[in-house]
Design a protein around this ligand. Structure first.
Ligand code: OAD
Length: 252
């Protein structure tokens, strides 16, 4: 395991304001905001079944149960605040003009912390759309009501079901979003922060960035399948390491 001081020195060698930097974040960046991660002993998928709650088939079978689960998560996220990890990354917008931030999170906490131009790989828990894609509904729209007034919520145009605009298991990612992510893999330094690197295509981004010549860095208190392949694995919580890194590299 690398000493945090050595990690900071190596990052200092790799980064300057001309560096193109790409960040991939996952649930771990929001853990310190009180939002549970998906995997691991306390993870959501230990208690809940993703095929019931995060798949089109599960929604088709039982939209009410799916919406009850999303309504609870929306209420919890509505009360959560960004943490020092989110705020530290928001400082990178000015520090690195060539920055891309890809997140698998649907919670919106990067925006709340001030990050701009976020590539939301798995959508947003605050966006909804008509399940039947009815002609009169506007594609997707923002609904921040938490708790919801009605479960399941109803499309204002056709009276059919509304779904959360998040990517479920078995669904394709938005091609434009995937394209933007893939273009950002051609970078000088690639950070993977707070993700177990289990879910594709995001999990594959690390190796793809590395093959294109990026110096790869993982920030995660635990070991993941990416830990052995990255150039630098920092085994610390993001909310602790990132503010220290900003201070050490003069990012503020
Ligand atoms: P996971 O729950 O799979 O992984 C979270 C990672 O965060 C783990 O590797 C933890 O070790 C790490 N972690 C925990 N606390 C941390 C902290 N304070 N700082 C840094 N890291 C920390 O979550 P994701 O990798 O985001 O998709 O999961 C990917 C996708 O799987 C999610 O977007 C979701 C899920 O199923 C869908 O719902 C489609």
């Amino acid at each position: 395991m690398i000493d945090p001081g050595d990690a900071l020195n190596r990052l200092d060698e790799q980064l300057d304001q001309d560096s193109s930097v790409t960040i991939l974040t996952g649930a771990g960046i929001s853990a310190a905001s009180g939002i549970p991660t998906f995997r691991g002993d306390d993870g959501l998928w230990e208690e809940f079944d993703p095929s019931e709650l995060a798949s089109p088939q599960g929604f088709q079978r039982d939209p009410e149960t799916v919406w009850e689960w999303y309504d609870e998560r929306r209420q919890m996220i509505a009360e959560a605040e960004p943490n020092q990890g989110h705020y530290a990354l928001a400082e990178w917008d000015d520090a690195f003009p060539k920055l891309s931030l890809i997140t698998q999170n649907v919670d919106g906490l990067h925006e709340e912390a001030g990050s701009e131009s976020i590539i939301k790989l798995h959508g947003s828990i605050w966006e909804v759309s008509c399940w039947d894609n009815c002609d009169s509904s506007p594609g997707s729209w923002t609904d921040r009501t938490a708790p919801l007034e009605e479960i399941p919520p109803i499309c204002p145009d056709c009276g059919g079901l509304v779904r959360p605009e998040v990517v479920w298991f078995g669904e394709q990612l938005d091609p434009a979003v995937l394209d933007a992510s893939e273009r950002s893999l051609n970078c000088d330094v690639f950070f993977t922060i707070g993700t177990s690197a289990e879910v594709h295509p995001a999990a594959g981004f690390i190796t793809r960035a590395s093959r294109q010549g990026a110096f790869t860095v993982e920030i995660n208190p635990d070991t993941t399948s990416a830990s052995g392949t990255v150039d630098l694995a920092v085994q610390e919580p993001a909310e602790e390491f990132l503010p220290r890194m900003n201070e050490s590299l003069g990012i503020n």
